[in-house]
Design a protein around this ligand. Structure first.
Ligand code: PLP
Length: 426
């Protein structure tokens, strides 16, 4: 039935899918969703899958948890989007402040928008034009971030960047992760408004920060009066306050989306009092709605009700402890198999998230990590495991745990992963 659905979808949807990246699902066509509950999804043909993709973090709180579903239902019956603030926004902002240490918050429809707005505010506040990004980063569909370095160290656009409005070297400088000298050099020109980065890279496999690296970046940003934006959209997998709380980081701005909405589209960004007051001073009320920071549905009542219940009742300390323990169990299983078959692969851990990549040692930079990417091998692995009843993200080999994931789910994956590795080496 998924195949039939795809054939009819091809008549109405570009590439037969509601959004282009869904063509990346393996097997020539995506399975069509019938239901997603807890840590499982079911397709139209009635096949059940253990879901380690979890909407690439959008469903990290588990699919359709009864608490979140009930809060959404209640709010949906009394007002979804009225362009007015609700009390939930105050509760959520206070909770985010407690978790991430930044006092002032704004809400968006996506993490992409949170990043776009944080970058715009950085330019507004500093009067500088450029941003620094990490090579091979991903922060959503944010124009300025689709930059990379050519062999001579020039900033160029990344392969696949569609319809870029301007040359990337007019907006962006690119540096390698874990490279403080490059960061220092990129800041020398005195034209940088913000450094935007994930505290651990998660979109090219996982690349962990070396000890002291993030603190040194913060220090460089401070010395150069540049705004340091930390994107915790994926790295919240390490705990309720992400790596910011875990490592005691003190970013000037912080962005996050996906998981915090429990599946309802949302994003949010936090800032210091100092930035907030500069933004307020530099913003004219009469034209505040046409300044490039906004979104009619941003901060809507439904998304805030969803965020409130997700943060207060589901993505709790207790559930994180469980998810992280499962993440370790998943990584241990995969690591044991890799050793058993002497595969030239390794596993990286990031709390409730684990990922294996096709290289023996942990990469230090995005470039090193990207060198090990293998789209065809990914497709084989994803299709094989899909046929065994596991859903992985269509992007590389990440697995994420929800509060509903069980030890049995994880161990079942280890068994299938072992059978696959055995076939790959024989
Ligand atoms: C680190 C990071 N930030 C931001 C985003 C953008 O999220 P969204 O696509 O929900 O806007 C992503 C998406 O994968 C991401 O990985």
């Amino acid at each position: 039935m998924s195949w039939k659905a795809f054939k009819s979808a091809e008549q109405a949807l570009l590439g037969g899918v509601p959004m282009n990246w869904m063509t990346k699902w393996p097997g020539g066509f995506p399975i069509f969703l019938k239901s997603a509950i807890g840590a499982h999804v079911e397709d139209l043909d009635g096949n059940d899958y253990i879901d380690f993709c979890l909407g690439d973090t959008g469903a990290m709180a588990g699919h359709s948890s009864p608490e979140i579903g009930e809060a959404i239902r209640k709010q949906a019956l009394i007002g979804i989007s009225a362009m007015l603030p609700t009390l939930d926004s105050v509760v959520v902002a206070n909770e985010l402040a407690k978790r991430f240490g930044l006092p002032i918050w704004q809400f968006t429809v996506s993490a992409t928008d949170a990043n776009r707005h944080a970058i715009r505010y950085s330019r507004l506040v500093t009067g500088k034009r450029k941003i620094i990004v990490i090579d091979q980063c991903y922060h959503g569909s944010v124009d300025e971030t689709f930059a990379t370095l050519d062999a001579s160290g020039n900033t160029i656009m990344r392969e696949g960047n569609v319809g870029a409005p301007v040359d990337l070297d007019s907006t962006t400088r690119v540096v390698e992760f874990n490279d403080l000298v490059s960061m220092q050099n990129a800041l020398k020109h005195n034209d940088v408004a913000a450094i935007i980065m994930e505290p651990a890279m998660t979109n090219v496999g996982i690349v962990l920060p070396e000890s002291g690296y993030l603190q040194s970046v913060a220090e460089l940003a401070r010395k150069n009066s540049v705004i340091w934006i930390v994107d915790e959209t994926h790295t919240i997998s390490v705990g309720p306050g992400g790596m910011t709380a875990e490592l005691g980081l003190r970013p000037d701005m912080l962005t996050i989306g996906k998981s915090v909405g429990g599946g309802i589209p949302t994003g949010t960004f936090g800032m210091t009092h100092e930035i907030a007051s500069k933004v307020t001073k530099k913003t004219k009320r009469a034209v505040i709605d046409i300044g490039g920071v906004g979104g009619t549905l941003a901060g809507n009542a439904l998304s805030l009700a969803a965020m409130r219940v997700t943060l207060m009742n589901v993505l709790t300390d207790e559930n994180f402890a469980k998810m992280i323990s499962l993440g370790n169990r998943w990584c241990n299983g995969v690591e044991t198999v890799i050793k058993e078959f002497n595969m030239p692969w390794h596993v990286q851990r990031l709390g409730a998230r684990g990922e294996y990549s096709f290289q023996e040692i942990s990469p230090r930079t995005g470039r090193e990590a990207a060198a090990a990417l293998d789209f065809d091998l990914d497709q084989y692995i994803h299709l094989r495991l899909l046929n065994d009843g596991f859903l992985l993200t269509p992007f590389h080999n990440m697995a994420l745990m929800s509060p509903y994931t069980s030890e049995e789910d994880v161990d079942a994956h280890t068994i299938s992963f072992r059978a696959m590795c055995k076939d790959l080496v024989t």
